[in-house]
Design a protein around this ligand. Sequence first.
Ligand code: TYD
Length: 209
Amino acid sequence: MNNGLFITVEGPDGSGKTTQLDFIRKYFEEKGEQAIFTREPGGTPISEKIRGIILDKRNEGMYPLTEALLYAASRAQHVAQVIKPALEHGKTVVCDRYVDSSIAYQGSGRGLGDSVTIINTFAIDGCIPDLTILLRIDPEIGRARITGARDRMESETEEFHRRVYEGYLELERSYPERIKGVDADRPVEEITAEIEKYLDAALESRHEF
Ligand code: TYD
């Protein structure tokens, strides 16, 4: 049984996840709550190696299904080695991207649909987030914010990123209890204030058990 609180942060490329994750880190520090911060693809040495393969721009010939399986493989290792043990010990885990990224990017973006959910059922081994913050930003605006070299995913077409975004919005509609969409095209303080509300509610509901 999982006792810890599992929070994930999602959004299109350039949605400002890093800034908001810094805020979430400070939030837990100030509450005196120990929280583990991790990311996907990555979070373990093996998963980070898989990340290197996935994001390498030289891997132009990667098939969509290969990509989906690599993200899921990286996730399976991460869940088994880090996320599940931490939750079982009652720890709070905050993850920068998780299975919703696969559903949005590989399911909607690449058009693989439901097969992505099926593959990931094995990878996540029952670890479903208690709260997912979705930073909502139009992909065009988000991508304009990206500076520096673009990785294999960031180099994808405008249409691909538009489909990813639609996939996220559909997820938000399907799981309104778990996924909280936050308009990320606003001043940072307004975004953090809204996220804080959701974190407070998540902590409160955990204390009720
Ligand atoms: P990363 O540099 O972590 O991007 P960001 O800072 O925007 O989170 O690269 C991760 C990329 O991989 C990002 O473009 C989203 C994509 N991705 C998927 O396509 N599927 C997945 O399951 C995950 C976890 C990420």
